[in-house]
Design a protein around this ligand. Structure first.
Ligand code: HEM
Ligand code: HEM
Length: 237
């Protein structure tokens, strides 16, 4: 009750709505990436869907300050946060299992070369982007773990709210992770060319949507801040 959900039935319906939206987003991103192999297509679709939900969760607060009509969807930030986390977990798991194969070297962008019997750094950007994704996911886990009534009760609502502001840290970390994969990782690479590997990948169909999501959150946060300062100044005079 602490976090404002009035009945179990209402909570279930709201989660079903968000699960349906999340599922539709997974399907949408999956359909748009038809040129990729099935495993890549699957983890991309979970990554893309999770980022859309995270965008909603962090965009709607400052946007509703500027446009009060958006208040009607404001309370859906809870369900968006929960489903973002669950879908991002699947995305992270699929990649750790299918791409990095639970190898720390692989995760950090190193590759084994039998000729020198050691791991050499091949894709440092990949390693950094993975680390950023992992940190974002760890912060999200903290938010999820502290959002149950018992935890909120123990923390106190102000401390819970303070912790929940880390959602913006998750968003900006997530956005850097996404910008790397959408704009940098698949561009022609000297190391791949020297290994005789192809690097002519299809364009990411969602890259400008991802960029729009990043810039739109930045913009509404700046505008909402300016509006708050203006209002404060008016009451001071
Ligand atoms: C353990 C944590 C994570 C790991 C290891 C990870 C790893 C990756 C990798 C390797 C890719 C490239 C996939 C490909 O091009 O085939 C990717 C893409 C992506 N990731 Fe993550 N990620 C993690 C967490 C996250 C989180 C928390 C978010 C959301 C904020 C996220 C959102 C995305 C998105 C949107 C893409 C681009 C999908 C596309 O190509 O359209 N990832 N991630
Ligand atoms: C079990 C997991 C979670 C629960 C139960 C939960 C619950 C809530 C609740 C009750 C609210 C207040 C909504 C309202 O104003 O009516 C909220 C707000 C919010 N949630 Fe979560 N949340 C969870 C996880 C997450 C995660 C992982 C993120 C993103 C990383 C997130 C992002 C947000 C954001 C941005 C807000 C608005 C904060 C503000 O501007 O005051 N949540 N959440």
């Amino acid at each position: 009750m602490l976090l404002g959900i009035k009945s179990t039935k209402q909570a279930i319906i709201r989660h079903l709505v968000m699960a349906f939206i999340g599922g539709s987003l997974v399907y949408l991103v999956w359909s748009l990436n038809s040129t990729w192999s099935p495993d890549m297509r699957l983890w991309k679709s979970f990554g893309g869907a999770s980022f859309f939900l995270l965008w909603f969760a962090v965009f709607i607060g400052p946007a509703a300050k500027l446009l009060p009509a958006l208040n009607v969807v404001l309370t859906y930030r809870r369900e968006a946060g929960v489903w973002f986390f669950l879908i991002a977990l699947v995305h992270g798991y699929l990649i750790l299992d299918g791409w990095a194969r639970w190898s720390v070297w692989g995760f950090l962008g190193y590759q084994y070369f039998a000729e020198v019997d050691s791991y050499l750094r091949v894709e440092s950007g990949f390693g950094l982007a993975n680390l950023i994704g992992l940190v974002a996911l760890t912060f999200s886990l903290t938010l999820a773990a502290t959002s149950f009534d018992k935890a909120v009760n123990w923390l106190g609502i102000q401390s819970w709210k303070w912790l929940h502001m880390f959602a913006y840290v998750v968003f900006y970390l997530g956005a850097m992770h996404v910008v790397y994969f959408a704009f940098i990782h698949y561009t022609p690479s000297l190391t791949r060319a020297m290994q005789g590997l192809p690097s002519n990948y299809p364009d990411n169909p969602l890259k400008y949507y991802y960029l729009f999501m990043l810039l739109s959150v930045l913009l509404v946060q700046i505008l909402a801040f300016i509006q708050t300062v203006h209002k404060q100044k008016k009451t001071e005079w």
